[in-house]
Design a protein around this ligand. Structure first.
Ligand SMILES: *[C@@H]1O[C@H](CO)[C@@H](O)[C@H](O)[C@H]1NC(C)=O
Ligand SMILES: *[C@@H]1O[C@H](CO)[C@@H](O)[C@H](O)[C@H]1NC(C)=O
Ligand SMILES: *[C@@H]1O[C@H](CO)[C@@H](O)[C@H](O)[C@H]1NC(C)=O
Ligand SMILES: *[C@@H]1O[C@H](CO)[C@@H](O)[C@H](O)[C@H]1NC(C)=O
Ligand SMILES: *[C@@H]1O[C@H](CO)[C@@H](O)[C@H](O)[C@H]1NC(C)=O
Ligand SMILES: [Fe+2]
Length: 466
């Protein structure tokens, strides 16, 4: 090929980028025809079946697991005993060997205004085999309880893996429907990416922390058997100076431990893990992120560490969305977007998952990084190096749906709908992942919104249907 023809190919490419930009500027995305009422969701009463504590003296309750190291060979097992600390041992064995092993944990308690927590146990089980089913038992002779989980396959570029995605769950009847739809989804999520706002205890007088306990009993039926990867939302802050509670995130950090030290993070609010073929970076919308702050420094060093030959899929979780065309929480994510969006484009993040807005939205691949104060270039443009942004704060919490949208629908918004639901990110190999969003109004197998994701490193082709 002579130099002339390669430069003319280049100009064709440039022209087609310009054309697709102008197409993007002319056509808005899709707003679903479904219009839901904006009424509050009803919280399940304290005596509900899903909140019942297990029977037996000091029986372990609120059992939950999450990944316990950077690569998926450890699990943090957490639970609460109400009457006394007693055993903080986890007994576990693999389905293959049956040889019983023990790991010792630690016990924590905290007070919040006039609430005193039960005994909160956290125990990390290490050196597990990949891709293996383990049984584990917590409790003592009085009341033991047995659960199981399956470790992820060894980290590698073509390892299929299926994530569930939920956010802003709370503990209403709608929350219970969302969790049920996730559990019954035939796509079988193996771990949950949770984008923040867990219990909504802070919506109760004095942030009644009993609602942290009920929430943990409610979700035990899933999170005792598969890890949920935690992100801190605004409802985890529990900052209440009016009742003397001035240490942010006190209940959350006591109850939910994450393996942040394994990724050289200095705080549990931002950290990373590898799992199967993914590299997952969790950020905190509610911790300092400006230049020179610990989170900023960490992220700057973190992104170049991602080796796409090892983990092709780069996923970021944060609570507050950067691209959100609902009027609720409009532009709250803007300051963080300005700080970090150029890095996400440079490092070709595949997908950014957020919650906060109680509705669903999926963006096109767009970026807005050209603005430099004086050039006036401040509109999102189509960008094949940019992530797709998903807002999925539609778990069903007490505050109800966000159904008021900015009009007209911005060009960058591909699909939006104010319905409760969850999503599935189903990775097939290094080039392809199937994404689907499932609304609670439909049957368990229905995909209300879906698309094939093409990996930004291995297959950076425009996958948009527009
Ligand atoms: C905490 O205080 C509130 C009122 O301020 C009261 O209704 C509640 O019963 C108290 N709870 C405990 C555990 O003492
Ligand atoms: C919550 O959902 C589960 C599973 O579908 C069901 O068994 C339970 O009765 C529901 N509880 C409430 C309070 O809706
Ligand atoms: C990236 O990962 C691949 C596959 O595991 C490995 O062969 C390669 O050495 C890694 N590159 C770096 C820079 O660590
Ligand atoms: C919807 O949001 C717009 C923009 O924030 C606001 O002007 C309008 O009053 C809102 N409408 C309702 C019904 O809340
Ligand atoms: C990756 O997965 C996609 C979707 O299942 C499939 O079409 C494609 O052939 C796969 N690629 C390889 C190299 O197996
Ligand atoms: Fe939120």
């Amino acid at each position: 090929m002579n130099p002339l023809s390669s430069s003319s190919i280049c100009s064709i490419v440039i022209i087609s980028i310009l054309v697709s930009n102008s197409v993007l500027l002319c056509i808005g995305g899709k707003t679903s025809i479904y219009v839901r009422k904006a009424e509050k969701s009803v919280e399940m009463p304290l005596h509900s079946d899903v909140f019942q504590a297990p029977s037996g003296y000091n029986a372990p309750q609120q059992v939950h697991i999450t990944q316990g190291d950077h690569i998926g060979k450890a699990v943090i097992v957490s639970w609460v005993t109400q009457d006394e600390p007693r055993s903080n041992t986890v007994v576990y064995w693999s389905e293959n060997s049956k040889e019983k092993k023990k790991a010792m944990g630690k016990v924590y308690t905290y007070k919040f205004y006039n609430y005193t927590s039960g005994y909160i146990h956290h125990c990390t089980i290490r050196n597990l085999e990949y891709d293996t089913k383990y049984y584990y038992v917590v409790g003592d002779r009085n009341s033991m309880r047995k659960f199981w989980f399956t470790t992820p396959p060894e980290v590698g570029p073509d390892v299929p893996y299926t994530f569930g995605i939920m956010g802003d769950l709370g503990q209403t009847y709608a929350s219970n429907l969302t969790l049920t739809h996730y559990e019954k989804n035939p796509l079988n999520g193996q771990a949950v990416l949770f984008v923040g706002d867990l219990s909504y205890a802070d919506n109760h007088p004095n942030h009644d922390n009993v609602r942290w306990d009920t929430w943990a009993r409610f979700v035990e039926r899933s999170v005792a058997y598969q890890p949920w990867i935690w992100t801190a939302g605004n409802h985890e802050i529990d900052f209440a100076p009016e009742i003397g509670e001035t240490k942010p995130f006190k209940p959350y950090t006591h109850r939910y431990h994450v393996p942040y030290r394994a990724s050289q993070s200095t705080a549990p609010f931002w950290y990373s893990i590898k799992r199967a073929s993914t590299y997952i970076i969790v950020l905190s919308s509610y911790s300092a992120y400006g230049k020179y702050t610990p989170q900023n420094q960490w992220l700057e060093q973190e992104l170049p560490k991602v080796n796409r030959s090892e983990t092709p899929w780069l996923i970021v979780l944060m609570h507050s969305p950067w691209y959100n065309s609902y009027s609720y929480h409009y532009m709250e994510g803007e300051t963080m977007r300005v700080m970090y969006e150029p890095w996400f484009v440079e490092h070709k993040v595949d997908i950014v998952l957020s919650g906060h807005v109680h509705a669903y939205e999926r963006s096109e691949r767009i970026s807005n990084v050209a603005y430099n104060i004086v050039n006036g270039i401040c509109s999102p443009v189509k960008d094949q190096s940019a992530p797709i942004y998903i807002t999925i704060g539609d778990g069903g919490n007490i505050e109800g749906l966000a159904n008021n949208m900015t009009e007209p629908q911005p060009e960058y918004s591909a699909y939006r709908e104010a319905s409760f639901g969850h999503a599935i990110f189903d990775i097939k190999n290094r080039t392809h992942a199937h994404y689907s969003w499932h609304r609670n109004h439909d049957g368990y197998a229905v995909e209300a919104d879906s698309m094939w994701f093409f990996n930004r490193f291995w297959n950076p082709v425009d996958e948009s249907s527009r």
